[in-house]
Design a protein around this ligand. Structure first.
Ligand SMILES: Nc1ncnc2c1ncn2[C@@H]1O[C@H](COP(=O)(O)OP(=O)(O)OP(=O)(O)O)[C@@H](O)[C@H]1O
Length: 264
């Protein structure tokens, strides 16, 4: 069953079509990665799926609920981990989770049980009563993921969940994302600029470029379409005309090639 389903979903800003006729199905329990260069339309797509921005045309349904006609039901079924830091550094992990439990209207008598379950799932029990400002980046990220799943959503949207983390902390986040899916059966949609993250963590990947969903497939399928030894970096370069340079940022292949020609 599709938990996320869009049909010709489109969003325009004046003359610019930021998301252009995107039709996508994401199944229950899938970890789906959305990749694409800066400005490809990833955030705009997520904003429409989380009811923060109305579509210009087309439809989107989350867990069967239309984002335009049933926004409250959609919100009750989703968790959102934003890119910007959202945990309060002056509070402890437990206090942050208590705030989220109140925000998600979890009944008072259930709160302690849910907080302890979230702390356990994210391996943070020993840090529960420490102030967040002393946490590492990876611990803060795990706490934020815990905060966004207090109400056991059927879908979680994570905007670049490991940005700024070192390789060890990133792997810890990946392990916990997988664990959420295993234990709660959650469907997870992440955006990422990291090809190894998309390759290792995601069951399927969608490549967005200039607002259009250019390709969708498993990492293996996407690589096989390019060639026998292709990497996901090659897939990205082929589809978007941008290549990834060390550090994870992009260089425009066309621009690089044009300047190489100019200097030859
Ligand atoms: N509120 C807005 N008003 C006008 N244009 C917008 C608005 N929001 C986004 N855009 C434009 O829509 C396009 C898609 O932007 P979006 O932020 O969705 O891309 P993105 O793939 O998330 O990029 P990034 O990887 O940098 O986060 C860009 O050209 C952007 O400038």
């Amino acid at each position: 069953m599709s938990i996320i389903e869009t049909d010709a979903l489109t969003r325009r800003f004046g003359d610019l079509t930021a998301v252009d006729c995107v039709s996508l199905q994401v199944s229950s329990r899938e970890i789906f990665g959305l990749i694409g260069p800066n400005g490809a339309g990833k955030s705009t797509l997520i904003k429409m799926l989380t009811t923060l921005l109305p579509p210009s045309s087309g439809t989107a349904r989350i867990a069967g609920f239309d984002v335009v006609s049933h926004p409250a039901q959609v919100r009750a079924h989703i968790g959102y981990v934003p890119q910007l830091l959202s945990a309060d550094g002056a509070l402890t992990a437990y206090e942050n989770l208590l705030l989220s439990a109140r925000l998600y209207l979890i009944p008072r008598k259930e709160r302690e049980m849910r907080i302890n379950a979230a702390l356990k799932l994210m391996d943070m029990e020993s840090a529960a009563h420490r102030q967040v400002q002393g946490f590492s980046g990876g611990m803060i990220r795990r706490l934020e993921i815990a905060q966004s799943m207090m109400h056991e959503p059927v879908v979680m949207f994570m905007d670049e969940p490991t940005v700024g983390l070192d390789p060890v902390a990133r792997r810890a986040v990946w392990d916990h994302v997988r664990q959420i899916r295993e234990e709660l059966g959650t469907t997870i949609l992440i955006t990422t600029h990291l090809m190894d993250e998309a390759d290792e963590l995601c069951d399927r990947i969608g490549v967005l470029h200039a607002g259009r969903l250019q390709e969708v497939g498993t990492p293996q399928e996407l690589k096989a379409r390019i060639g026998p030894d292709a990497t996901l970096d090659d897939v990205f370069a082929e589809i978007t005309g941008t290549e990834i340079v060390s550090g994870g940022s992009y260089r425009d292949v066309r621009q690089t090639r044009a300047s190489a020609r100019a200097h030859s």
